[in-house]
Design a protein around this ligand. Structure first.
Ligand code: Q46
Ligand code: ZN
Ligand code: ZN
Length: 355
């Protein structure tokens, strides 16, 4: 039986998983023996069926391929797939003026596929990049994801800064969610943004990089469009310039899908946290990802065109509308972060959880 037939029998959409044997990818057209042991690793949320891929060769070198990318309408061998991933990052960096060669970069690392793939790609491109891991106190998930981040940093002899929400600030994400009666992702996102900014500025980094990929950005865009959140649309750019109290922020993975970053990790031997955060359930962006995966299934390239055509043609209109409307901010009396109030949102959250 071929891999494609096996997936069809299991009712698994090939675009939603990676099939892995002995640490490398197995293409859809490979014939499986009776004793073959495979890992079928989910890599995206949602999606639907596709099967019976034709026998495949790498588009570049004609060697047997390991992955098919439908939106490029091409197969790639491992070497040329990795080269494609790096070139997509180079292209994003160039298109949006994300990084200068001698920038001191801080990357927000979660232990998942995206941030570790990005760290590896930026290092391979010669950038100077340190990692920042934030312990969120989400039980085993946090402990395990931290060890993936630490192992990667150690294997590449890179510096990983660790901040622990509980040890350093006296609360964690589950207790913040309880105290605020809001979804965990709300307190989590707020805390992460605050700490990323604080560490990047205090330690003199030029740029903060995050591992948001094409699926993340396209699903956020869909959410913003469905509700016509014009102000959010004006700010949905892969680069946010530095301004008083905020570091420059960049998203160099906006040309790569999450399936591609997962495949990058498998092919480069990067161990990452495969399990999703247990608090992600109910996050409405997962529903938007599923919608986009359905559209992508019918029409490969939809996600890319939706997001990148927005950046090219529509985002400038929204950002012009809100140009110069940024409120001038004072400083938080506790932590000095920019804030329109006496206490910034992060310090207010801390107070609320404490009481
Ligand atoms: S870690 Fe935090 Fe995510 Fe978990 S609680 Fe939500 S925001 S889902 S990237
Ligand atoms: Zn090749
Ligand atoms: Zn504060």
């Amino acid at each position: 039986m071929r891999v494609s037939a096996l997936l069809k029998q299991l009712k698994i959409a090939p675009e939603t998983v990676l099939v892995i044997q002995d640490g490398t990818l197995v293409p859809d057209d490979v014939l499986l023996g009776d004793e073959t042991e495979l890992e079928i690793r989910p890599v995206i949320s949602g999606g639907s069926g596709d099967a019976n891929q034709p026998a495949s060769k790498c588009r570049v070198c004609q060697a047997p391929s390991v992955i098919k990318l439908r939106r490029h309408n091409a197969h790639f061998c491992g070497k040329h797939f990795l080269r494609l991933c790096r070139s997509q990052v180079v292209q994003a960096v160039k298109d949006y003026d994300m990084l200068k060669p001698d920038d001191k970069v801080l990357i927000a690392v979660s232990g998942g596929k995206d941030s570790l793939a990005l760290w590896d790609i930026l290092l391979s491109l010669g950038y100077q990049v340190d990692g920042l891991y934030i312990g969120l106190g989400i039980n085993d998930y946090s402990n395990t994801s931290r060890s993936f981040a630490e192992d990667f940093a150690a294997s590449r002899q890179q510096h990983l800064e660790i901040v622990d929400l509980h040890e350093d600030y006296g609360f964690d994400v589950p207790s913040a969610a309880k105290a605020t009666h809001r979804p965990p992702c709300s307190a989590c996102g707020l805390s992460k943004r605050h700490i990323f900014d604080e560490v990047a500025l205090k330690q003199g980094y030029d740029v903060l990089a995050t591992g948001h990929n094409l699926d993340d950005e396209a699903s956020v865009l869909l959410g913003n469009v469905l509700r016509w959140q014009n102000e959010y649309l004006a700010r949905q750019h892969p680069v946010l310039p530095a301004r008083e109290g905020f570091p420059k922020k960049v998203k160099p993975l906006v040309r790569l899908s999450e399936r591609e970053t997962a495949a990058y990790c498998v092919l480069t031997g990067i161990d990452y946290m495969v399990e999703e955060c247990p608090m992600a359930a109910g996050n409405r962006h997962l529903a938007y990802k599923e919608m986009l995966n359905l559209a992508e299934e019918r029409s490969p390239g939809t996600k890319h065109d939706f997001y990148h055509a927005f950046l090219r043609s529509v985002e400038p209109i929204f950002s012009a509308e809100f140009q110069g409307q940024k409120e001038s901010l004072g400083k938080c009396q506790v932590c000095s972060a920019p804030s329109p109030n006496e206490l910034c949102a992060f310090c207010r959250l801390r107070e609320r959880v404490k009481n």
